[in-house]
Design a protein around this ligand. Structure first.
Ligand SMILES: O=P(O)(O)OC[C@H]1O[C@H](OP(=O)(O)OP(=O)(O)O)[C@H](O)[C@@H]1O
Ligand SMILES: O=c1cc[nH]c(=O)[nH]1
Ligand SMILES: [Mg+2]
Length: 217
C-alpha cells in the first residue's frame, strides 16, 4: 500500500493545516470548514495527477486544441459528519463525480471504550470505478476500515484512494495490516505520532466534527 504524506513537501497546504490545528484560529468554524475544504481541493488536484488520461480535441473559436483528460469514473465517498467539508473540497474539483455517504460514529461504553456504528450508506454502483473515501481524521483507523468494508457491498472499485488530513501513525499501521488489497492508496496531509487514552490524535487538532458543526450530545 502506498502512503502519500503531502507535508513531506513544503506547500501552501501547510498554512491551512496550521490554521485548523491552531487552538485559537480553529474556533472560527466557518474558517475551519473552509480550510478543510481547501485542503480537499489541493488533495484532489494531487490525486488527479496519478489518474489515467486520454487525449481529446477541444474546438475553440479559431481551431482545435488537443488536451489530455482523466478517463476514470470517480466516486467521492465520505464519512459523516466531519467528512462533509473535506468532501466538498474534492467535489469542487471532481465536479463530474458521483457521490457516496456513510455514517460512522463512536458510541461510548464508558469514558474510554467505544464501538463504531455504521447505520447509513447511500452509494452508486462502485464496480470498476475510482473510489476516493474522505475523512479528515484517521485516529485508530477503525471508522475508515468499516466504511470501506460497507462501501464494498456496493461493488468492486478498480482503485480506492483513502484521503485524510491528519492520520496517526497507529492508524497508518492499522490500515496497512487490515486493508490489504493491492488497489488502495493512502493520502494524508500529516502523520502524527500517537493517540491519547480517548483515542484522539496527539497533537492532532481536537474533534473535527465538533469544530466544523458544533458539539453533539
Ligand atoms: O479512526 P477512528 O478512531 O475511527 O476515528 C476517526 C473518526 O472520528 C471522527 O468522527 P467522529 O466519530 O468524531 O464523528 P463526527 O464526524 O460525527 O464528529 C472522524 O471524522 C473519523 O470518522
Ligand atoms: O483526534 C480525533 C479522533 C477522532 N475524531 C476526531 O475528530 N479527532
Ligand atoms: Mg467527532
Amino acid at each position: 500500500m502506498q502512503i502519500n504524506n503531502l507535508s513531506e513537501e513544503n506547500s501552501l497546504l501547510n498554512q491551512f493545516l496550521k490554521e485548523i490545528r491552531n487552538v485559537e484560529i480553529q474556533q472560527d468554524s466557518l474558517r475551519f470548514r473552509r480550510n478543510i475544504e481547501r485542503i480537499g481541493e489541493i488533495m484532489a488536484y494531487e490525486i488527479s495527477k496519478r489518474m489515467t488520461y486520454e487525449t481529446e480535441n477541444v474546438k475553440t473559436q479559431l481551431g482545435v486544441a488537443p488536451i489530455n483528460l482523466p478517463t476514470e469514473q470517480v466516486v467521492l465517498g465520505t464519512i459523516l459528519r466531519a467528512g462533509l467539508p473535506f468532501h466538498n473540497g474534492f467535489l469542487n474539483y471532481f465536479d463530474h463525480a458521483e457521490n457516496a455517504f456513510v455514517s460512522a460514529y463512536r458510541k461510548y461504553k464508558d469514558a474510554l471504550k467505544f464501538d463504531i456504528f455504521i447505520e447509513y450508506i447511500a452509494s452508486p454502483s462502485l464496480d470498476g470505478k475510482t473510489l476516493i473515501v474522505t475523512d479528515p481524521m484517521l485516529a485508530t483507523g477503525s471508522s475508515m476500515e468499516l466504511a470501506v468494508g460497507a462501501l464494498h457491498t456496493k461493488g468492486k472499485p478498480a482503485h480506492i484512494h483513502i484521503a485524510t488530513i491528519i492520520a496517526s501513525q497507529p492508524a497508518i499501521d492499522y490500515i496497512q495490516s487490515n486493508l490489504t488489497a493491492d488497489n488502495i492508496t493512502v493520502w494524508t496531509a500529516a502523520i502524527d505520532p500517537e493517540l491519547n487514552s480517548h483515542s484522539y490524535i496527539i497533537p492532532g487538532l481536537g474533534d473535527a466534527g465538533d469544530l466544523a458543526f458544533g458539539q453533539k450530545l
